[in-house]
Design a protein around this ligand. Structure first.
Ligand code: UD1
Ligand code: UDP
Length: 353
């Protein structure tokens, strides 16, 4: 069997590492072809993950990144179609909700090659988000939909997607957290900050709905500043560019650093006091590492974390953000709601049936 995997953005390298390893371990007869669209291209947004996570190097890199949504998706679609026609895979495998996900799904569906979608069924019900458009369209053309949670499965059923296309497999990011935890690495710069473990807030910000609106960016940075706690902010290139354009100054308690590799990110997550983020993946990782999470968005796809009290929505409201950071008081972390750490294996088994 031949599987053509399309990845392109940071979180997809981490998710694909889990499933690629599961193919090698459980179905070495499967031939996986890795295609990197080039959506993320800086060394610390792409190469570092291939170096650290044991993912095979991509068989193809399309070199498409840095454009608008339409430019990126259109150019990816054209190149992916040609590649799929040449390779004729039995399956195309896509992850998450980026422009690379949609391009991979559309190209293969139109060539009548079945698409499998990992992280299917996530919904924010906010069509302003480019990710929501990408997810809904990908789910509706996919042949096999791998839902990470019960809520995701229900969302798909509510949209009329036939039950026999849906598999509740757990979350590959939980598999990743378990596997890479013991390989976590303290960043070289950490000791120079004179901070101790469990004393700092780890923050990430990159969502278009925040970075593209000056009032929201100002609200978030005001809130981080008012919290008064030391904050480490690995800065996504999108956010870095917007901060410069908007002239938003970083508060004195916020230390911005370059994006870190996954092993360093895991160390920061395991050693921080609180996580504040607008990332999808980092919200779940907060839960895996038993850290209170304050989400810098007005809604989230990971509603079970809110319902369980592990995560609180602060939006971009400075008062909410500073109050929640100062008073973070979350319940005990109990059973895992994202599976048993065998999502990768489940996915491989379903695809090989
Ligand atoms: C993308 C995904 C988002 C995901 C995020 C993960 C879409 C629509 N969005 O957002 O769902 O949460 O990745 O991080 O697919 N840039 C660089 N270097 C890089 C990568 C990006 O400079 O290596 C800059 C470029 O100016 C680029 C901008 O960041 O134009 C945005 O990149 P893009 O891939 O379009 O979206 P992200 O914000 O990264
Ligand atoms: N991540 C990382 N380095 C960083 C920031 C994030 O390795 O500097 C990891 C993080 O641990 C998680 C994934 O990237 O596994 C989340 O990606 P991101 O926040 O870019 O995208 P999202 O999950 O919101 O789509």
């Amino acid at each position: 069997m031949k599987v053509l995997t399309v990845i392109g953005a940071r979180p997809q390298f981490i998710k694909a590492a889990v499933v690629s390893r599961a193919f090698v371990e459980h179905r070495p007869d499967v031939h996986e072809i890795l295609v990197h669209t080039g959506q993320h291209y800086d060394a610390n947004m792409s190469d570092v993950f291939f170096d650290e996570l044991g993912i095979p190097l991509p068989d193809h890199n399309l070199g498409i990144g840095g454009g608008t949504h339409g430019q990126n998706t259109g150019r990816m679609l054209e190149k992916l179609e040609a590649l799929m026609q040449a390779e004729r895979p039995d399956w195309v495998l896509v992850y998450g909700d980026t422009d690379s996900t949609l391009a991979g799904a559309l190209a293969s569906a139109k060539l009548h090659i079945p698409v499998a979608h990992v992280e299917a069924g996530l919904r924010s019900f906010n069509r302003y988000m480019p990710e929501e458009i990408n997810r809904v369209l990908t789910d509706h053309v996919a042949a096999l939909l791998f839902a990470p949670s019960e809520v995701a499965r229900t969302n798909l059923c509510n949209e009329g997607i036939a039950n026999d296309r849906i598999r509740l497999v757990g979350d590959v990011m939980y598999d990743a957290a378990l596997f890479y935890n013991e390989r976590a690495r303290k960043p070289a710069w950490f000791d120079s900050l004179s901070l101790r473990s469990n004393e700092f807030v780890l923050c990430t910000i990159h969502r278009a709905e925040n970075t593209d609106q000056e009032a929201r960016m100002q609200g978030i940075f005001d809130g981080l500043g008012e919290s008064g706690l030391p904050i480490i902010l690995p800065l996504h290139p999108r956010t870095s560019k917007k901060l410069t354009q908007m002239n938003v100054n970083l508060p004195a308690n916020v230390t911005a650093v370059d994006p870190v590799g996954y092993l360093e990110m895991v160390w920061l997550e395991a050693n921080c006091k609180i996580i504040a983020t607008d990332s999808g993946g980092v919200q779940k990782e907060a839960y895996f590492h038993k850290k209170p999470c304050i989400t810098l968005r007005d809604e989230t796809e990971w509603v079970e974390l809110i319902e369980g009290g592990y995560n609180a929505l602060a939006g971009a409201n400075s008062k909410e953000i500073s109050n929640l950071i100062r008073s973070a008081n979350f319940p005990r972390f109990e059973s895992n709601i994202y599976g048993s750490g065998d999502a990768g294996r489940n996915i491989v088994e379903w695809m090989c049936r």
